[in-house]
Design a protein around this ligand. Sequence first.
Ligand code: GLA
Length: 376
Amino acid sequence: MKETIKQCFSERFGTAGTVYASSGRINLIGEHTDYNGGFVFPGAIDKAIMAEIKPNGTDKVRAYSVDIDEYAEFGLNEEDAPRQQWARYIFGVCREIIKRGGKVEGFDTVFAGNVPLGAGLSSSAALESCFAFALNDLFNDNKIDKFELAKIGQSTEHNYCGVNCGIMDQFASVFGKKDNLIRLDCRSLEYEYFLFKLDGYRLVLVDSKVKHELVDSPYNKRRASCEHVANVLGVETLRDAELADLEKVKDSISEEDYNRAKYVIEEKQRVLDVCDALEKGDYETVGDRMYKTHEGMSKLYEVSCIELDYLNDIAKECGVTGSRIMGGGFGGCTINLVKDELYDNFIATAKKKFAEKYGHEPQIYDVVISDGARKI
Ligand code: GLA
C-alpha cells in the first residue's frame, strides 16, 4: 500500500511527503456504551488507512483517494466544505483542529486503505485519526494531546458527517497498541491496557458483507432514547443507573426506551466481567458474555439484522465459545472466540450455510491486534 501511495503522490505532485497511518478497530465487548458513559474494550487492528502528506505553501488542500480514484480540492474555511463524503472527513479534521486554536495550512495528500468499508471496523475513524495525527505532527509540533486527537475525529463525525457517535472508535485508532486491548472508562476517560494473547483460542471476524442503509439515522435515535431515559432518571448518563432504578420509571417511559436502557445497563457489567475473566484465562465466561451481548443487541437494542443473527446461530451450533455482532450494527461483522480445534469446521460451515441462504459467502478476517496512529 505504501509503495502505491508513494508512486501516486510523486506522479501527481512531483515530490515526496511524510507517510502516516492509523488503524481500524475491533471491540471485544461494550457496544453502544461509550456515549452512555460506560466501558468499552477495543483494540486497533492490522488494517489501516495510510496517507502521504506534504504542506504545499498555499491555503488549499489537494487530496486524492486511491481507492475511490477521486480528487478533491478545498480551502480551510467553513464555507469551503467539499461535497465528496470522503473529503469531508479530512476537511472536518482540519476545521476541528483550527477551531481548537491549532494550526493547519494547505497540504497535498494521497491516501489509501485496507479497512473494509461498512464492516463495522471503523474505517472512518481510521481516516480521521490518520489525518489528526499527521496534522498535529506537521503543523502543531505534536502539542495536541492524544485524547484531543480522538475528540477531533469524534467531532468531525458530529459536525461534518451527521453521526452522533461516541469516543470509542477514534480512541482505539489513536491509542491502539500491538497485542493489547484497552479498557476505556468513557465517563472518566481512564484507560488500561490488557495484554491480549489467546491460548488455545482464536479471534475471528465473519463479515456478512451486508449493510442495511436505514433512513432516519437509527444510531442517533438509539442515542436519543438513552439520553431520554437518563433524563427521566435524573442522572447524567445511563452509566449512573442500575436496573432497579430503571424498574421504578418503567411506567413513565415507552417499552422501546425501557429495552434500550436495559441493554445498556446490562452491557456495562458485561465489560467488567469479561476483563476479569480474561485475566484469569476463563474464556468460557468471556464467550458467555459475548453471546449475551448479541442477544441484547438483537432483542433489546434492535441493532442486529437477520443475516447477523443467522451467523450467531451458526456459531452456536458449531460450539464456538463466544460470538456477537460487533460495532454500531445494522450489518457488518460478528466477532467470534473460537477454540483452535473448532476453527476450520466453523469457518467452512459459516461460509457454506450463509452462502446457501444469502447467495454470497461471508468474508473471514483473523484478528491481529496492532498499533494505532503512527508515522511510518
Ligand atoms: C459506532 C460508534 C461508536 C460506538 C459503536 C457502538 O462504531 O462510532 O462510538 O458507539 O458504534 O458501540
